[in-house]
Each structure stands twice: as structure tokens, then as C-alpha cells.
Design a protein around this ligand. Structure first.
Ligand code: BTN
Length: 246
């Protein structure tokens, strides 16, 4: 296994992503090393948000990768593989989940996992990638202002062993990462698109100009979200250029 053969556990940390990057300053950690903690005092979310997670209840991890075979322009394939790995894990317990572009994992209309991938690009290659994942497992109440968090326990009513979950999740990531290594990015892309939240459904979005009704057609090069509006105009959006109205 590449992912998960080396797990470094810390009782608490400011953030597993920040700690991974700190460790990398002095050591070359093995590829696939997982930094795990029970509690983050400064958990980082997407777009400068924070990430809520009660002490000891959920999986908070960062995976260190050296995806030298991925061109910086194709870096979105790492997000796609990580999203699919989480979906593979969730399917062990719940029949279905979806991916809210670019990389939130949803059960119906609620968010069960968030991903923050930080790539360090030097010249024309990815030097390393820190894939941070917050996966809600046993938390039964959320107090932050996040609109729609949910956990596995809230859906199934069961409690889970976090270390056993991590061991299954690592296997799922490992399979997906090996698909990328083998050059099978097209099947990864197709599966990612097929699992998109609101794919082909008319729904509300907001861009820099207005709130509009549109439907997601696909994901284009560089991970742009391709949306058709009601005037049948088709546009690609980069990260942060469009929001879903939930
Ligand atoms: C999001 O906003 O949806 C992304 C959330 C990512 C949270 C995880 S928790 C483990 C890792 N360490 C962090 O500080 N953030 C990520």
C-alpha cells in the first residue's frame, strides 16, 4: 500500500495540513504518510473557512503525496481521486453519496466530508500534495454556522471505531491513487462526473453577476464546472466563481 502504511497520530494539532507542511520542512516523509489527529484548534476549511470537529469524534487527516506524474494543469485529478475514495468508503455503510463540486461529499443535501488539497508546485511539476480530509463519523451535534453538516452516526444511528474506519478509508484511497499512477484518469473523471451533486438538474446558482437557474453539464479541463443557463448559454466556472444556492 502507498497510502496509509505510515500513520502519524497526534492527540491534538492546530491543523493536520499545517502540521504536514511543517514536518516536510525538515524531513522527506514517505509517500502516503497520513497525519491524523483527534482535535484541531485551527482546522482549515475551503476558502478561508474553519472546520468544526468535536474532539475524538471524527476523522481528521492529511495524506502526503508526491504526484510527480501529474502535470500542474491536471492537478484536479488528485481531487477527483480523493473524492471517489471517500465515496467508496461511504458506500460501505450508506447506499449512495454525491460530490458537490469541487470537493464536498454530500449525503442527500448535507455535507459529510470536506477536502482541502494544498499542492506545492515548483517550476513545471507538483513537488508535493497535502490532501486534508475531514470526515464526520461519530459527531451527533454541530454548533458552528456551517449550513448543513451531517455525520455517519446521524444517518445510521451506529457508532464507529475511528481507527478501523481509517484503515478501510486508506485502502479506498490507495486504489484510487493507483488508478491515477496507472494513467487511468479518464475513468476517474467519468466516475467523478457521474456522482456530481445536481448533475443535469435545473437548480439555482450564483455567479459574480447574478443568481440564475442552470444545470451542470460536466466538468471541463482544469476542473472547471460547466453550467448551462436557461437561455441555453454554456459557461465554464473556475473555483470560487460560482456558488450553489442550497
Ligand atoms: C472544506 O471547507 O470543506 C474543507 C475542509 C477540510 C478539513 C480538513 S480536516 C483535516 C485537514 N486539516 C485541516 O486543517 N483541514 C483539513
Amino acid at each position: 500500500m502507498i497510502i496509509g502504511s505510515n500513520i502519524l497520530f497526534f492527540k491534538d494539532l492546530p491543523s493536520t495540513n499545517s502540521h504536514a507542511s511543517h514536518l516536510l520542512k525538515n524531513n522527506r516523509l514517505a509517500e502516503g504518510t497520513i497525519i491524523r489527529t483527534n482535535y484541531q484548534s485551527a482546522g482549515k476549511g475551503y476558502a478561508g473557512n474553519s472546520w468544526e470537529s468535536e474532539d475524538g469524534k471524527n476523522l481528521l487527516i492529511s495524506i502526503l503525496l508526491y504526484p510527480s506524474f501529474v502535470k500542474p494543469t491536471d492537478q484536479f485529478c488528485i481531487s477527483m481521486a480523493i473524492c471517489l475514495g471517500i465515496c467508496d468508503f461511504i458506500r460501505r455503510f450508506i447506499p449512495d453519496c454525491s460530490i458537490k463540486w469541487p470537493n464536498d461529499i454530500y449525503i442527500n443535501n448535507d455535507k459529510i466530508a470536506g477536502i482541502l488539497i494544498e499542492n506545492t508546485i515548483i517550476a513545471d511539476h507538483i513537488e508535493y500534495s497535502i490532501a486534508g480530509i475531514g470526515l464526520n463519523i461519530n459527531q451527533d451535534k454541530f454548533i458552528s454556522s456551517a449550513p448543513n453538516p451531517v455525520s455517519l452516526t446521524q444517518i445510521t444511528g451506529k457508532t464507529y471505531d475511528l481507527s478501523a474506519c481509517l484503515s478501510e478509508l486508506s485502502k479506498d484511497f490507495d486504489i484510487r491513487y493507483k488508478q491515477l499512477i496507472a494513467g487511468n484518469t479518464e475513468p476517474v473523471r467519468k466516475e467523478y462526473i457521474s456522482k456530481l451533486y445536481r448533475l443535469n438538474e435545473w437548480s439555482r446558482f450564483k455567479d459574480a453577476n447574478s443568481v440564475f437557474t442552470g444545470r451542470i453539464l460536466t466538468v471541463g479541463d482544469y476542473g472547471t464546472l460547466i453550467i448551462e443557463n436557461q437561455d441555453l448559454e454554456i459557461r465554464g466556472y473556475a473555483f470560487k466563481e460560482v456558488e450553489f444556492i442550497l
